[in-house]
Each structure stands twice: as C-alpha cells, then as structure tokens.
Design a binder for this molecule. Structure first.
Ligand code: AMP
Length: 439
C-alpha cells in the first residue's frame, strides 16, 4: 500500500524528531568547540563520486547503493536498455565523506598553503541493506571531516572529540569500547594486502563465496565477514600490526601517546579494517559492549590521505568520523537517558463561552510572545471538554477566560497539579503562568 513507508525507513515524529534535533545540536556544539563549521551537501550526487571515492569492491558501492535517475534516462534505460551517462546517473548518498571532499575540491576550500578545513554535517544516508534492529536503509549520521592536517595530534583530536560527544550525550563510558588500529599506507599496505590474499587463497575452500571473491578484489574486507567459518580462518590471518612500515608505526605510536596523555582508554584491534576503501593509517570504531548484537558500532572513522587525490583534487591528507544516530538512540535508551524532552504545550487557554474568544486569543498571543508554548480550542468545545483536552495535553497551567473575570480585566490561572486558582490581571498572565511552569 502507498500508505506504508518503504522498508528500512522510519518516520521521526514529535519527540522522535526532537531527539534528532537535540542530539544534532549537541553534536554541532561539541564539534564547534574544536573549530568545525557546518556544511550541507546534496542528498544525491553523481554515482561515480561514490564509486571512485568509496571503492567499487566495497559492499556499500557494489551492493547497497540506491541509484537515482530522472525520468528520461530512466525511461531510456527501461525501454531501450541505454545506460545513462555518468552525469545523469546519480545515487542517494550512502555516506558523507565523499560528498564533503567533493565540495572542498569544487569550492577550493583548502587553497595551497591554507590551514586545515574542518567541516561537520548531519543528515540522512541511504544503503540498501537488509533491515534489522539498528540497520536501516535510510539512517542518519553526524559526522566531521578535517582536511589538510598530517600530524598524529589531528587523529587524536578527532577521536577525543568523538568520545567527548558520546560522554556529553549520556552514554556511560563503561558501556562502550573504543577500538583503534592502523591500516598502513601506500608504503606498507600493498605487501600486507598481498600476504592476506595469499593466506586466503591457501584457505579458499573454507571461505564463503563473498570472501572467495574478496581474495582478489578486497581481501581485507574478509576481516569483517560475519560467517563463522570465515571468522575462524581470518583469526589466524597475517596482522597489519606486524607489517607496518616505520612511518606508519611512528604515526600510530604518536596517536596512542596523545590518547594516553588525554586519559582516553582504548583497545587495539589489529583486525579492525572498516568497510570503506579509502582509509589509511589510523582507523577507529566505538562499539556498544552489550545489547545491540551485530549492529554494535555507534560511530567510527579514520584517516584517508589518498581520497582527495583520487577524487581529482590535489594530494591532501584527511580524516573524519561518522556517528550512527539510530544506534546512538538505542544505546541511550539502554542507558536510561531521557530523550526528546521539552515538547508539548505548557499553558492551555480555556474559554467559558464564545463571548470570550477575542480576549482568549489575545492572552494566547501574550503567552507566546513570552516564549510559553500555549494553545486553545478552535473547535467550539464545551468548557468541560476544554479542561479534558488541557489535562491530556500535559499543560502545567490553564488560563480560564470567563465573562465575569474579563469584565474585571482579569482571568483565572489554574495550576494543574494542585488545582489552586488565582485571579490575575489581564496584563500579568505571562508572569503568573511562568511562575507555575517554573520558567
Ligand atoms: P560507516 O559510514 O559505515 O563508517 O558507518 C558509520 C556509522 O553509521 C556506523 O558506526 C553506524 O553507527 C552507522 N550506520 C552505518 N550503516 C548503518 C545502517 N544501515 N543503519 C543504521 N546505522 C548505520
């Protein structure tokens, strides 16, 4: 039925949407203290941006992308089988990094010799995955990208910032773990990758079909395979920690030094490879220890020193992370953190009869001008029924406008919890209501 939302999507309504806004604001507040500026990029981009940026052999690009075509290229594809040219072949963004890097190149946000550009974003991402708890087809991320910084202090800074956000959001530190690893660079990763391929080739019989294919296309992704046989094989595969070149070892040691001095505890996981092709050197992931099952990663990221160049920009180091909003909410709910508070009306303006409509309207304007969330009846309900509505609404105060009170230039203000009533001069209503709602 067209009245059902597509599989793997969610409607965020009232407190649900408020939770999203509040956590996004918190993310922007925390990231802002580290010098990040907001950016918003289109929800769809040319498909080749993601193919080149994220990597053809990744699941995200190979299996999970939503292709977008305008009606004419779509008609030609379905009627004549004519493939759309790259310019007209679009995709819903599966992640934010490629788009942000594209924008940095397009707008030359990082001129030669410029200081690093730090950008933060929030919004929906789209991946055609099999939906389950914590895994959606449209989900939301809060992310940052820092371009132009080479030093290990930059890696440590983004990791510390990520942990700081989770702390501020209310995730108990002992309910999550921070995993870190180095994935090497052009100097050491090719040989390491080859050693993993060779190892997998020798164990090909024991691997799933996907991992058999990965031997040639993307062997490191096999570390992420959930198949128990593949996991057993990959458990004994060569480790990147034994294969890092001197430069990568030094960088990694320096990142750990900064984390240690900042009092950030972490676990080193030499099998942490992360799903996207563009990572080099430091990678990290934050996982919820209990309760989220296989979808336990609530955020992750790393360094991607080759991405900008591979998208046609000049060679520029970069790093960033993304937080998964929906999984963050699951983790906050599990921790008993109240979410989405601060909604609903605070004052209800009730009218004894229709002769009071105009005055009630005026009272309501005054309440709203004072920043109080107020509402009244627009359906001609009886006073009794208005009180019922007020009770259900959760309003802390009801302002009763009756002909007698109005004749004296007053209204009655009633506290909903104690039922105490007071007569208040017309001009003093916002103050009296503020006192009741503790504003
Ligand atoms: P990634 O862009 O794959 O590094 O993912 C970053 C974060 O986004 C993950 O740690 C998850 O929290 C979240 N995430 C990724 N894919 C999904 C999905 N399909 N549904 C919900 N959250 C997701």
């Amino acid at each position: 039925m067209p009245t059902k939302k597509p599989q793997g999507t969610e409607d965020l309504i009232a407190s649900g949407e408020r939770t999203y806004q509040q956590l996004m604001n918190l993310a922007y507040e925390v990231f802002g203290t580290y010098g990040y500026e907001p950016i918003e990029t289109p929800l769809f981009e040319r498909i080749d941006l993601f193919v080149r940026g994220i990597g053809e052999s990744t699941d995200v690009v190979g299996k999970e992308m939503f292709h977008v075509l305008a009606s004419e290229p779509y008609r030609r594809l379905s009627a004549e089988g004519t493939q759309p040219d790259a310019k007209h072949h679009l995709a819903l963004r599966p992640e934010g990094t490629a788009s942000v890097v594209r924008a940095v190149i397009e707008h030359n946000l990082l001129p030669q010799g410029g200081t690093p550009v730090k950008l933060m974003y929030a919004g929906p991402m789209f991946r055609a995955e099999r939906p389950q708890r914590g895994r959606l087809r449209e989900f939301h991320q809060f992310g940052v990208e820092c371009l132009g910084a080479t030093a290990p202090s930059a890696d440590a800074e983004v990791i510390i910032m990520l942990m700081r956000f989770f702390g501020r959001a209310g995730i108990p530190r002992d309910s999550i773990r921070l995993l870190i690893n180095s994935m090497g660079d052009d100097a050491c990763r090719p040989a390491y990758r080859e050693s993993v391929s060779a190892y997998m080739r020798a164990h090909a019989d024991e691997l799933c079909d996907d991992c058999k294919r990965r031997i040639e296309t993307n062997p490191l992704r096999a570390f992420d395979c959930k198949n128990p046989d593949c996991r057993a094989v990959m458990h004994s595969a060569p480790l990147i920690s034994d294969a890092l070149c001197d430069g990568c070892s030094e960088h990694y040691a320096a990142v750990k030094g900064y984390l240690d001095r900042a009092g950030i505890t972490y676990e080193e996981d030499p099998r942490l490879v992360r799903g996207l092709d563009y990572y080099t050197n430091t990678v990290f992931e934050v996982q919820v220890i209990d309760g989220l099952g296989a979808q336990n990663a609530i955020g992750g990221g790393g360094r991607y020193d080759k991405l900008m160049e591979s998208l046609g920009g000049k060679s520029t180091p970069g790093l960033g992370f993304a937080i998964g909003y929906e999984r963050l909410v699951l983790a906050l709910e599990a921790a008993g953190v109240p979410l989405g508070e601060g909604g609903g009306i605070q004052a209800y303006v009730a009218k004894v009869d229709s002769s009071c409509d105009a005055a009630a309207f005026q009272v309501m304007q005054a309440l709203r001008d004072a920043g109080i969330r107020a509402d009244c009846d627009h359906q001609g309900r009886s006073l009794k029924s208005q009180f019922k509505v007020a009770g259900k609404s959760g309003a802390a105060a009801v302002v009763v406008c009756g002909p007698d009170e109005l004749a004296a230039g007053e209204v009655t203000v009633r506290a909903m919890d104690t039922h105490e009533e007071q007569r208040v001069a017309f001009g003093q209503v916002p103050q009296a209501v503020s006192a009741l709602i503790g504003k």
